[in-house]
Design a protein around this ligand. Structure first.
Ligand SMILES: [Zn+2]
Ligand SMILES: [Zn+2]
Length: 283
């Protein structure tokens, strides 16, 4: 049984429940190590991240919950941090906050120009994603996807986050191969080159089980065919629900564990008394 979840949102950002409700859901589900990871405020207007004025309160709330539930569960303070392809960097705020966190998750959610307020997102809607590719890449999906994976590789080598969030988020609106075909060799080669780079770092790839809950049919991140490729490169993994409500706290955990074992993974990584440790799968 998987005992952790390091990707948990709350009503500080776009989650539905309070931090404490998420913690209680984790305890009820039998988890022993939980990481809270609301979205860090972004340097442009949006409606899905924490507000900058609430950061101290967020950090303080997590600290209080850690103390309150110390005898029952280990809690860790994280934040989901964005890397921006156009800037090839994370925000100044992110750099300031990282020393105050127990662990970091880094992800890419945007495409194109992030200097103004008219930002396109990968995961907002199929229309928005398509408009972004049109606007910034003249409709050349392949060009964008290659830049996306180069961005992931750059982010991981520059910052070595503890966890890489949803590796292939770009497939979120790719039902019926709307944008690209994962079986195409250019796509597979692009992903493999990215994995080669990740394998040279200490970053763990998150097995993100929450995708199907929010977008039925999308599967898990990363896609099933990528797991043996990760294993071949000995890339360590963590588990995360990308949980935006209490009902998503261990969403499709069992299925994920069975599949990981089938691919030859025997362990996943967990924070245990503040240190990352390998834990056996399937027990
Ligand atoms: Zn995310
Ligand atoms: Zn998330």
């Amino acid at each position: 049984m998987l005992l952790a979840n390091y990707h948990i949102h709350s009503d500080y950002c776009d989650g539905k429940n309070t931090l404490e409700e998420m913690v209680v859901a984790g305890i009820t589900a039998g988890l022993t190590s939980l990481g809270l990871s609301s979205h860090l405020p972004l340097p442009f207007t949006n409606d899905w991240t924490m507000k900058e004025e609430y950061i101290d309160q967020y950090l303080n709330d997590v600290k209080n919950l850690k103390e309150k539930y110390a005898s029952i569960i280990e809690l860790y303070c994280g934040i989901e941090i964005d890397f921006f392809i156009d800037r090839q960097d994370i925000s100044d705020l992110a750099k300031k906050i990282i020393p105050r966190l127990d662990y970091t998750i880094m992800s890419i959610h945007t495409l194109g120009n992030t200097k103004g307020d008219d930002v396109s997102y990968i995961d907002e809607s199929q229309h928005d994603f398509e408009q972004g590719i049109e606007k910034y890449y003249q409709g050349d999906t392949q060009a964008y996807i290659k830049e996306y994976y180069q961005g992931i590789a750059k982010m991981v080598t520059m910052f070595e986050p503890d966890i890489l969030g949803h590796l292939d988020l770009i497939k979120k609106y790719n039902q019926n191969n709307y944008f690209f075909n994962e079986k195409d060799s250019w796509y597979q080669e692009t992903v493999k080159r990215c994995l080669d780079v990740i394998a040279t770092t200490k970053t763990k790839i998150e097995i993100n089980t929450g995708a199907n809950m929010r977008t039925p049919g999308v599967g898990r991140y990363p896609s099933d065919w990528m797991i043996p490729e990760m294993k071949k490169r000995n890339i360590p993994i963590t588990i995360g629900g990308d949980s935006h409500s209490v009902t998503g706290i261990v969403y499709e955990y069992e299925e994920a564990e069975i599949y990981l074992e089938k691919c030859g993974y025997h362990e996943y990584w967990m924070l245990n008394k503040g240190r990352w440790e390998a834990q056996p799968l399937g027990v």
